[in-house]
Design a protein around this ligand. Sequence first.
Ligand SMILES: Nc1nc2c(ncn2[C@@H]2O[C@H](COP(=O)(O)OP(=O)(O)OP(=O)(O)O)[C@@H](O)[C@H]2O)c(=O)[nH]1
Ligand SMILES: [Zn+2]
Ligand SMILES: [Zn+2]
Length: 253
Amino acid sequence: MCGQCGCDTTETLKHEHEHEHHHHHRHNHRLVDIQQSVLHKNHTLAQGNRQEFTQRNLLVLNILSSPGSGKTTFIEKTLKTTEQQFNYGVIVGDLATDNDAQRLRSTKAPVIQITTGDICHLEASMIKNASDELGLDGLDILIIENVGNLVCPAAYDLGEDIRVVLLSTTEGEDKPLKYPTMFKGADVVIINKIDLAEVLEWQEDLARENIQKIAPNALILAVSARKDTGMSAWYDYLAKARQAKTQTGYSLV
Ligand SMILES: Nc1nc2c(ncn2[C@@H]2O[C@H](COP(=O)(O)OP(=O)(O)OP(=O)(O)O)[C@@H](O)[C@H]2O)c(=O)[nH]1
Ligand SMILES: [Zn+2]
Ligand SMILES: [Zn+2]
């Protein structure tokens, strides 16, 4: 979580630092307290989001991966193939640009960009504001593209039903073992860029074994979002998840 990069606690820390000087408190102790209170607040807001999404029978996906694994490409392909079937809304988080939102605007779906500045993950409060701006009326599925980062976003529940973590073949088979928190939270792991498997000497069995060690219950699908191969199993899963949400207001998180 953000203890590793210090993101978003900086302002609070400055304040606490000045305040605590008189009391000779240890900084580490304060830092942990502040992080826990940030996460606690986020958790409460995420529950609020989840309640609102569930009342609307809206299926919500949180898409996570390291930078460049193919989140935008995967979302774009999903929208273009299934937008006759479902009404989508999209929220895209990025540190600095709105390039991804621009790319996704070639689809029918309304897209809201969140530019996070220095913050390397999305938080529940940002999703609340962005979904108010987007307008959730009439939507079936809300897709959230998180900031490209395999560490911090894992700690922040956004109120989603399904966490989809992408692992692309260019990253190596060992990533689930090195970033266990991210993979542990996954409901679905998408192995992307499978079209490059041969040239990379990608070991599919090893990758699956590593994912299963960390996330034994996750569904694992190997695809090429760019070449549009292996995607039909994903569309089947999505249709089932959407149906289940409509019937029972189910939540996987
Ligand atoms: N060969 C191959 N390239 C892919 C595939 N999916 C995405 N790419 C390429 O990988 C690069 C990064 O893809 P994006 O979709 O922008 O990745 P992203 O995860 O959204 O990136 P950030 O938002 O910056 O974290 C682009 O050049 C894509 O065309 C794939 O299945 N195969
Ligand atoms: Zn962070
Ligand atoms: Zn992207």
